[in-house]
Design a protein around this ligand. Structure first.
Ligand SMILES: [Zn+2]
Length: 65
């Protein structure tokens, strides 16, 4: 039984809200707008591919466990 792990291009990124300083982890390729959980500011907009990040990016989160 061979286990295949599909390679995914998508990842999560850690961002910081420019308005309130809230940090949250968002998806690299969101299907819809991503808002700050604290103040509702738009953090990222979908472009059909990679998100258009509107705020400060702190880094990439490696969710590969
Ligand atoms: Zn905010």
């Amino acid at each position: 039984m061979a286990k295949k792990q599909p390679k995914t291009e998508s990842k999560f990124i850690r961002v910081k809200c420019n308005d309130c300083g809230n940090e949250q982890i968002i998806f690299d390729r969101p299907a819809c707008r991503v808002k700050c959980l604290a103040c509702d500011k738009i953090l990222a907009e979908p472009t059909g591919g990679k998100a258009d990040i509107k705020t400060e990016i702190l880094g990439v989160v490696d969710r590969d466990v």
